[in-house]
Design a protein around this ligand. Structure first.
Ligand code: INI
Length: 157
């Protein structure tokens, strides 16, 4: 096919990342951070290219992500958290504000924000997505962040 295709590769050697993690449910979120950092390293990033930033909970991630994006220090932000339904009645508000807020930050600033926030019914489901049966969603979000950062660069060139 002779059609020009623009896509982002998975090379992280020249990119800077903020790994933005909620402290709430840290026994899960720490595994997402581990997966994200491991994935960035495997794709060529050194530790100097990665900064880990902690926020209180998933609800606060959009505010902190916006501040980080506006510094222009990062090519992408990887937002990590775990909102678990069984543990809270205000699940829908926390999860909804978190997802919508993070999307708005990306749209408003042009800095990619990868969504690595688990929203599950049970703790077991969260454990499955944090490095056990169902992979590691932090690692997945990191790969998305790399691809998006490279894609936006290429579109901008
Ligand atoms: N924050 C989370 O990251 N995950 C949760 O499951 C959660 N629950 O269950 O309530 C949660 N709540 C805290 C919230 O994110 C804010 O930090 C808090 O409401 C203060 O603004």
């Amino acid at each position: 096919m002779d059609i020009k295709t623009i896509e982002g590769d998975l090379q992280a050697r020249e990119l800077r990342f903020a790994v933005l993690a909620a402290r709430f449910n840290d026994f899960i979120v720490d595994q997402l951070v581990r997966g994200a950092v491991d994935s960035l390293r495997r794709h060529g990033a050194t530790d100097k290219q990665i900064e880990i930033v902690r926020a209180p909970g998933a609800f606060e991630l959009p505010l902190v992500a916006r501040k980080l994006a506006l510094t222009k220090r990062y090519d992408a932000i990887i937002a990590l958290g775990a909102v678990i339904k069984g543990a809270t009645a205000h699940f829908d508000f926390v999860a909804g504000e978190c997802a919508g807020g993070l999307a708005r930050v990306a749209h408003d600033t042009g800095i990619p924000v990868a969504f690595g926030v688990l929203t599950t019914d049970t703790i077991e489901q969260a454990v499955e997505r944090a490095g056990t049966k169902a992979g590691n969603k932090g690692a997945d979000a990191a790969v998305t962040a790399i691809e998006l950062a490279n894609l936006l660069r290429r579109i901008g060139q």
